[in-house]
Design a protein around this ligand. Structure first.
Ligand code: NFS
Length: 675
C-alpha cells in the first residue's frame, strides 16, 4: 500500500513583535530570537491559548473524582444556579477555594523569602557570619518595640541605650518566631491605623503565625472541608495579612537593617545597560541575600583585575525582576529588564552568566542558554532545573562571599567563550529609584519638617488629587508594558501621584517615567508643580514586591499626618496591578483590599465563572474592610475607575471643592474675585 502522504510540517506560529510589546528593545530582541530560531514566551503565547474554564476560576482538581469543570452558560445563569461538581461543590466554593490557594501560594513565597532573611539576620546577631552586618541600626531600633524588644535599659535611675547586639538578637529571635509561634497574633499588626486593627479583630481575621495561616488554607480547601465562600475568604484575608503585615514586612525591614534602607539614587534601566566589552552578569529572582554578595564581589578589586586579565574591560552587573529592584534601590545596579525580558537578556549573546534564586524564573531559560555560551546557575536548594546544561551552586549564607566570588569567577572565565554574534539593544533610560517610607518623608517635608504633612497639605489643597499604587508583573497575555504605561500616564496626567514596585517599577523606569523631568512632560499642572518644587519624579520607585509593605506603611503615615480621615480606606487612594500573572499578586491584592484599598487588576481575574463569589470580592469586601477588588482590562477605563474612586473619597472628606479651585487658571479666579 502506498504510504499516506504526510502533510508538510507546519511552521510554528510566531509572535508579531509589534503586537507583543510596546518597548523597542524587546521588539528588536524578539525579531533576533525568531531569526535565530530560538523560541520565546512571546511565541508560546501565540501557540498556546489559556483554558477557557480555568481562566474563570471554576475548575476543581482538589480530588481524584475530578477535575470537575463548571462552565458558565453562555449569557450567564438564569434562575437558580444548579452547577455543581461530583461532591456537590458550587461554583462559589470552587472559585473561592482556588482563589484562597493562590493567596496561600503568594503568602508562602513572600514569607519564605522573609524567613530566609530572618534566619540570616539571626546568624548575624549570633555572629555566625561576618559577611553580613547591621548597616542600619536606626531601623533596627525603630522596629524593635513592635517585637517587644527594649531599646533602652534602666541603670542607677538613668535610662541608657541598650547594646545594639542585644537588640539585634532579641529582634532576630522574635522575628523568626512570627512564622510559627504558638498563641497570640502577629506583632506588626499594631503598626496599622487603630480603626483597621479594630476591623480585623471584629472580623476575626488577625493572623496568628504566618505558617499557620498558609497551612489552614490548604486544610480548608482540601476536599470536603470549607464550603462557604465567605468563610473561605475570611481565611484568605487572614493569610494575606500574614503576608503584607507579616512575612513581606519582616523581609523588607530586616533587609533594610542588614543592607541599608534605600535612599534616592540615580541609575539606568533596560537591556541597553549590558556592555559588549564587559563581563555581563545577570542576577534574577528575588532574595537579595545572594545578590548583595554578588554586588560586593563584582566591586572587589580582585574580581575587576581578574576580569581584565581575562580580556574584558570590567564587570557589568545587572538584574531582572525583583532581585534587580533590591540591588537597584541600595546600590544603583541597573535592571536589564522586567519579567518578560528574561529570555531576551540571554539572546543578546553577551550574557556570561545568569544567576537565579527563587520565583518568576522561566524554565525555558535553560533552553535559551543552550543556544549561547551563557552559564545558567541555580543557587537555591528549593529551586533547581532538570535540564543538564544548568549548573547548581548552592548558596550558603555562612560562606556568602566565598560563594559569590566563585560564581563571579565562573562568569569571568566564560567571557572568552562568547560567540561573535552579539546584539545588545541600544536602548536604556535614566531613572531615580530608592524611595522608601523614610525618604518620602524627608523629600516631601525637608530636613526640618520631615513628615507627611506636606504631602497631606498638597492632597487637601488639591494639587495632588490622590495616591495610586501601581505594582506587579508582566503577563504574556497582554501587550508587554502597554497597560502599565498607559495607566500610569493617565494617572499622573490627572494629578495622581504614583507609588510603584516590582516589574511595574522596572517598566516605568524603562519608559522614562522615573525622572523629575517626566513631571513637566506627563503630569497635570498640580502634580507637576509639586514635583518641580521638591524635585521628585511623579512616579516613585519603592522597591521589590515584598516592598509593597512600604506602601502599606506609607499609607499609614499619611493617615497619621492627619486631615485625610482616620483609616487607610478614608484616603483618596487606589491600587492597581495592570499586567499581573503571579499568585503573589493575588496575595498582595487581597492584603491591599483587606487593608482598605480599592484595588483594580488588569487582564482577567479567575472569578468570572462564579458571579456570586465575584460580587463578594467586588462589593461585599468593602463593607468588611473598606477596600474592594475590581478588574478592568482596558487601561484607560482602568485608570479612570481608580480616579473616580479617588474623587469619591475626596468628596467624602469634603476636599473636592479645593481641587476645583486649584485647577482654575488666573482668569477664572479673577472672574470669581479670588485673586
Ligand atoms: Ni512581583 Fe517579583 Fe515581577 Fe511579578 Fe515576579 S518579579 S515579586 S511577581 S513578575 S512583579
Amino acid at each position: 500500500m502506498a504510504e499516506a502522504k504526510k502533510a508538510p510540517a507546519k511552521a510554528p506560529k510566531l509572535a508579531d513583535p509589534m503586537e507583543a510589546s510596546i518597548e523597542v528593545s524587546t521588539q528588536e530582541m524578539i525579531r533576533r530570537a525568531q531569526k535565530l530560531e530560538i523560541e520565546t514566551v512571546f511565541d508560546r503565547a501565540v501557540t498556546m491559548k489559556p483554558c477557557a474554564i480555568g481562566i474563570q476560576g471554576i475548575c476543581c482538581k482538589n480530588c481524584a473524582m475530578g477535575p470537575c469543570r463548571l462552565p458558565l452558560p453562555k449569557g450567564g445563569v438564569e434562575g437558580e444556579d444548579t452547577r455543581k461538581g461530583l461532591c456537590g461543590a458550587t461554583p462559589n466554593t470552587i472559585a473561592a477555594r482556588n482563589f484562597a490557594r493562590m493567596i496561600a501560594a503568594g503568602c508562602a513565597a513572600h514569607s519564605d523569602h522573609g524567613r530566609a532573611v530572618a534566619e540570616t539576620f539571626l546568624a548575624v546577631a549570633r555572629k555566625e557570619t561576618t559577611d553580613y552586618t547591621i548597616k542600619d541600626p536606626a531601623k533596627l531600633i525603630q522596629i524593635a518595640p513592635y517585637f517587644g524588644v527594649a531599646t533602652t535599659i534602666e541603670k542607677d535611675g538613668e535610662t541608657l541605650d541598650r547594646d545594639i547586639d542585644e537588640i539585634a538578637l532579641g529582634v532576630a529571635v522574635a522575628a523568626n518566631a512570627e512564622f510559627g509561634k504558638v498563641g497570640g497574633t502577629l506583632s506588626y499588626l499594631k503598626r496599622a491605623p487603630q480603626p483597621l486593627q479594630d476591623k480585623w479583630k471584629e472580623q476575626g481575621v488577625e493572623p496568628r503565625a504566618i505558617d499557620r495561616e498558609v497551612v489552614e488554607i490548604m486544610h480548608r480547601t482540601h476536599m470536603g472541608v470549607d464550603q462557604d465562600y465567605k468563610n473561605l475568604m475570611k481565611q484568605g484575608t487572614r493569610a494575606s495579612l500574614a503576608d503584607g503585615w507579616g512575612g513581606a514586612m519582616i523581609g523588607t525591614d530586616l533587609q533594610d537593617v542588614m543592607f541599608g534602607s534605600p535612599s534616592p539614587l540615580q541609575s539606568e534601566a533596560n537591556l541597553g545597560v549590558m556592555k559588549e566589552d564587559h563581563v555581563n552578569i545577570i542576577v534574577h529572582g528575588h532574595e537579595p541575600l545572594l545578590s548583595e554578595m554578588i554586588v560586593a564581589a563584582c566591586q572587589s578589586q580582585e574580581m575587576i583585575d581578574y576580569a581584565k586579565e581575562n580580556g574584558a574591560k570590567g564587570i557589568q552587573l545587572a538584574g531582572i525582576c525583583c532581585t534587580a529592584n533590591e540591588i537597584l534601590q541600595r546600590h544603583g545596579v541597573p535592571p536589564a529588564g522586567n519579567y518578560l525580558q528574561q529570555e531576551l537578556a540571554i539572546i543578546t549573546g553577551a550574557c556570561e552568566a545568569m544567576v537565579v534564586d527563587v520565583q518568576c524564573i522561566f524554565q525555558n531559560l535553560a533552553n535559551v542558554a543552550k543556544c549561547f555560551h551563557t552559564k545558567l546557575i541555580t543557587t537555591h536548594p528549593i529551586a533547581k532545573m532538570e535540564q543538564e546544561n544548568v549548573m547548581h551552586i548552592e548558596f550558603d549564607e555562612h560562606y556568602a562571599m566565598q560563594d559569590a566570588k566563585r560564581i563571579v569567577k565562573l562568569a569571568i572565565e566564560n567571557f572568552k567563550n562568547r560567540g561573535a554574534d552579539v546584539m545588545i539593544p541600544q536602548h536604556k533610560a535614566k531613572q531615580i529609584a530608592g524611595f522608601g517610607v523614610e525618604s518620602i518623608k524627608y523629600h516631601l517635608g525637608g530636613s526640618f519638617r520631615g513628615d507627611y504633612f506636606t504631602l497631606n497639605d498638597n492632597i487637601i489643597n488639591g494639587r495632588i488629587r490622590g495616591i495610586a499604587g501601581v505594582v506587579g508583573c508582566n503577563n504574556a497575555r497582554t501587550k508587554h508594558n502597554e497597560e502599565h504605561i498607559t495607566i500610569i500616564k493617565e494617572l499622573i496626567k490627572n494629578d495622581v501621584i504614583v507609588l510603584t514596585t516590582g516589574c511595574s517599577a522596572i517598566t516605568a523606569a524603562i519608559h522614562g517615567l522615573l525622572t523629575p523631568e517626566a513631571a513637566a512632560v506627563h503630569c497635570g499642572p498640580g502634580l507637576a508643580e509639586v514635583c518641580e518644587t521638591v524635585g521628585i519624579p511623579p512616579v516613585l520607585h519603592l522597591g521589590s514586591c515584598v516592598d509593597n509593605s512600604r506602601i502599606l506603611l506609607a499609607a499609614t503615615e499619611v493617615v497619621k499626618a492627619g486631615g485625610l480621615g482616620n483609616d487607610i480606606c478614608d484616603l483618596p487612594a487606589a491600587g492597581s496591578a495592570p499586567e499581573w500573572m503571579s499568585e503573589k499578586a493575588i496575595a498582595i491584592g487581597q492584603y491591599f483590599v483587606s487593608s482598605g484599598v480599592y484595588t483594580v487588576f488588569g487582564y482577567s481575574l479567575p472569578v468570572d465563572g462564579a458571579p456570586v463569589f465575584r460580587d463578594h470580592l467586588y462589593n461585599g469586601m468593602e463593607e468588611l474592610y473598606g477596600g474592594k477588588w475590581d478588574c478592568e482590562p482596558d487601561p484607560i477605563k482602568h485608570a479612570h475607575k481608580m480616579i473616580a474612586h479617588i474623587d469619591k473619597k475626596r468628596k467624602e472628606l469634603g476636599i473636592d471643592k479645593a481641587r476645583e479651585r486649584v485647577l482654575m487658571d488666573m482668569a477664572d479666579r479673577q472672574a470669581l474675585g479670588m485673586d
